[in-house]
Design a protein around this ligand. Structure first.
Ligand code: SF4
Length: 340
């Protein structure tokens, strides 16, 4: 039996009006997430990965002049067609979000237990006492020691890693079916990063949620996800299993990202290689491949013609003229110990 996707994004386009012209932040993006599945979205800043997920919940800055088209089907309902009041019922209750910086997301003047309880009272209609009890349970679930006492502390009394755990407690308070984690570990040091990833993975399994993990770091995606979407210039330039993309990438951008994954167990002889150049915003009409200015494999036609989507294997697709010619770019060397 074919399982219906929990989230089915179809032909999503997001345009921002800017003084320089129309910014094509997300272009014709389609993907789905099955119940209890973890999907990773990877790309540099400005690739469109965060805007894609902000569009799912229409969480744009209030003054942004933005046009969104396509469909965002969540349990069969198109979220783009919901009123603001209807969407508020979905946010927090059915779809939770964790952002990069817990300090700006948490209310600095409200004890953390209150902030968790607030969501439970709003969406679940719990009494003050029941919401407080549940808030303490949630703090314990995310690994905050002595939760009954610490629920009364303000956010500044916690370390960065602990604050991110509190954000996760708020996001899962109403047992959402989907959790979107946008760069949840970028502000943390490496050890704490690993602990938060392990926590997210455990909660995803125990609560039976789907998880969308967004990161600029392919290593973070590889640690949590089975399937990955690689975004560049508002396009999904490659999609496939984590193994395929790490070991046999089709798109030169994905291949470049594999060279940025540190191997902590077996350091390589050569240093990590940053991708030359900067991602440029896609403003106005643009022809050809959006990665052309930075691509080591660029050919004449790349600058003129939009690259085709080429199937490299089952569920492995690359948007590249190189793939159309049957050529693969070189990924980072596989360490002697096996998988990165
Ligand atoms: Fe590079 Fe051309 Fe492929 Fe774009 S289409 S990634 S420029 S080889």
């Amino acid at each position: 039996m074919i399982q219906e996707p929990l989230l089915d994004v179809r032909n999503l386009r997001v345009r921002f009006e800017t003084p320089r012209g129309l910014l094509r932040a997300v272009d014709d993006v389609s993907f789905s997430v099955a119940p209890r599945e973890t999907v990773g979205i990877v790309g540099e800043s400005g690739s469109g990965k965060s805007v894609t997920m902000l569009s799912v919940l229409r969480l744009f800055p209030p003054l942004a002049r933005v046009a969104v088209s396509g469909q965002v089907l969540f349990e069969g309902t198109d979220l783009l067609r919901l009123s603001e009041a209807e969407l508020r019922e979905v946010r927090g209750a059915k779809i939770g979000m964790v952002f990069q910086d817990p300090l700006t997301s948490l209310n600095p003047a409200l004890p953390v237990g209150e902030q968790i309880a607030e969501s439970l009272r709003t969406h679940r209609g719990l009494s003050r006492v029941a919401a407080r009890r549940r808030a303490e349970e949630l703090l314990e679930l995310v690994g905050i020691p002595d939760p009954a006492r610490r629920a009364d502390d303000l956010p500044y009394r916690f370390s960065g890693g602990m604050r991110q755990r509190i954000m996760i407690a708020i996001a899962i308070a109403c047992e959402p079916k989907l959790l979107i984690a946008d760069e949840p570990t970028s502000a943390l040091d490496v050890t704490v990063q690993a602990q938060v990833l392990v926590l997210l993975e455990r909660l995803q399994r125990e609560l039976g949620m789907s998880l969308i993990m967004i990161s600029h770091d392919l290593g973070v995606i590889a640690a949590t996800s089975r399937r990955v979407l690689v975004m560049y210039g508002g396009w999904i330039v490659e999609r496939g299993s984590v193994e395929e993309i790490l070991e046999r990438p089709g798109h030169p951008y994905s291949a470049a990202l594999t060279r940025l994954v540190p191997d902590l167990d077996q350091p390589r002889d050569e240093p990590l290689v940053p991708i030359p150049g900067q991602p440029a915003p896609v403003v106005g009409p643009v022809g050809g491949c959006r990665f052309a200015a930075r691509c080591a494999y660029v050919m004449d036609r790349c600058r003129q013609e939009t690259p085709p989507a080429v199937a490299l294997a089952t569920e492995h697709i690359s948007l590249c003229w190189l793939s159309a010619d049957g050529v693969r770019p070189a990924p980072a060397p596989i360490p002697a110990g096996g998988r990165r």
